[in-house]
Design a protein around this ligand. Sequence first.
Ligand code: ADP
Ligand code: MG
Length: 725
Amino acid sequence: MSNELQSSVQYIKSVGPKRAESFKEIGISSIRDLLFYFPTRYLDRRTIINSVKATKYLLDGYEGEVTILGKVVDSETIRYGKKQLFKVSMKDAAGFYECVWFQGVKFFKDKFKPGEQYAISAKPVITKYGNLQFAHPDFDKLDSEESREFLNTGKIIPFYRLPKELKAKNIGELSLRKIISYAVNQYAQFLTETLPDKIVNEQELLNITEAVKTMHSPPNHDALLLAKNRFIFEELFFIECLVALRKHSFKNNIIGIPFKVSANPIKQFLSNLPFELTRSQLKVLSEIRTDMESGKPMSRMLQGDVGSGKTVVAIIAMIIAAENGCQAALMAPTEILANQHFNNITNLLNESGLKVNLLIGGQKKSEKAKNLNEIKLKESDIIVGTHALFEDTVDFNKLGLVIIDEQHRFGVEQRFRLMKKGTSPDVLVMTATPIPRTLSMTVYGDLDLSIIDEMPKNRLPINTTLRSEGNLPDIYQFIKDKIKDGYQSFVVYPLVEESAKLELKAAEEYFEKLKNTFFSDINVGLIHGRMKWKEKEEVMLKFAAKEFDVLISTTVIEVGIDIPDANIIVINDAFRFGLSQLHQLRGRVGRSDKQAYCILISNKPVKKQKGLFENNFEYMSKAQIEKYKSQIRMQAMAEYSSGFDLAEIDLKLRGPGDIFGTKQSGMPELKYADLARDSEILIEAKKCAFGIIEKDVKLNSSANQLIKEQLKKYYTEQLKYSFIG
Ligand code: ADP
Ligand code: MG
């Protein structure tokens, strides 16, 4: 990079040392940093029209957005019934118009003082009184110099985020725009390409200088799109390089265990099951089998919606490993789930002669020591546990297969730690959280994918409804009425997270209250996160044995738990939960041939908002999505049963930066790309990156030096999981 770009922003006209400090606080030290401070949005001066023209357009049937520039005349809050709206009357040189807000009245009240100038953008309507009206428009306050600029330059004007650190140094919208514009004009020419020229040409991308210039002052929308696409492509390209590197780092060169599969033990196991495997289960089994037989280590993700029957598939894989004289480990995210798997597998493998051990954090010292010893001496064949499995004290003896259940609860880091306990063991990660295609190409791109896309035959769709707290007495009655049909129920109680003590108290109070009122004549159990695992185990076993009709619980039951007769789940304060969490909770029921019910309770109004969700969800603005998030989630739950659909909606609800959920994914945060929007670019970037890495895994060729350099510079953390790291 040339020196000019590395110099401090203080040398930019009208910055200076003091302001440079504020820039530094928001992460902009060098001139290069400033060049990459892109506008968050743009105002298209070319669509600015006056109010008379706007009215005429509307009468001619125009339905798009327009921008109008004018002054505030006055504003008022109007009450109608219980509601209120906020109305601002405005005028421009041609005439009058109005802006109205039905929500957030408090927030808008203090803005829009008479005489202030605003640019207003929205789809206008003509009211029944003949007024030109903008409902919930985008707006920008302008000073007089700015409005002159708007009116006189026929350009698309950039808007930059203006952090308080800059405001504090008297930098306003306009001056920031000027500072950046100066920097771009003087310095963008010195930017050096960060992508190999070959890629820039092949992909028909704007070169870096062009792209940066265009981001700050796009001549038109098409050019802007091209510039944005360049940065999106670049970001996704480097991510796909990481994915490809990760994939190759344990596929190539490493020799895995070629397992031999003999039919008898598997047949015997299957004959003990009370059901036949679905076609989907058989299909994924044969994929897993092929992997296990091959000399390369398996790294496969098994994806199947909640209740699709992943566990039996895992057990069969473990039987194969054990029959080959290897140990197999199954890691679950919670002690309850590990314990359930342990009991389940012990029962199913009763006649097989294989030994199953449990290893979790809460075990007694002596018990743990005994388990550790048996693992070390290879008395145990199958080891089920929590993250306790990859502690240093655990000394596996020929660990040949690692299975991770509910893998979204674990990070890549943990997957690698458990893998390191063996010498290139086969790895199978299982998840009920369906991974949208774009994510399976990125975060999980190093894994081959097997999908169970079919539920066991006997299942009915879960009946999901939204109710308010006022309905609870009826719901409790419903729960009691259903007991005679053999139904058990989960009641998930509102979360209290402030402190362990408070949570405990809340859980117990809630339990006591129900036991003394609605549920005084039935058996009720309680389970929560503050219990020791033995206590939890006891409660779960009792519930499975039908000693309770109702289990009051926190979200400790969220993942994996399988109680076939529990067919009603009531989720209190449902709006607090994320979509995937709600889907997981709902997945606790509907695991048999009986009709199951999921009842979401919310104290917010759950009345269906017409048009909010059904068709035009995709066209809602970010602000609207933010505002109605919990509502959309609840409605989505009621309308969709497939985890895959819900995951796609979830992806749209979360901001692009938040896509990978947590830092756990071992993937960088996205700055430019939005996986929900940019799947086509992603596919291109992937092709391109994989093509390069497949030919040159270590990025040694001279043509690939730039790529290596960039990766090392910006993705050090992520390179840990690959060769060049
Ligand atoms: P998940 O995929 O959510 O982990 P589980 O493996 O816990 O699901 O299976 C859910 C329930 O379905 C269990 O009670 C399991 O015994 C049962 N099950 C699994 N496969 C089948 C099948 N092919 N037919 C009927 N029931 C099945
Ligand atoms: Mg499961």
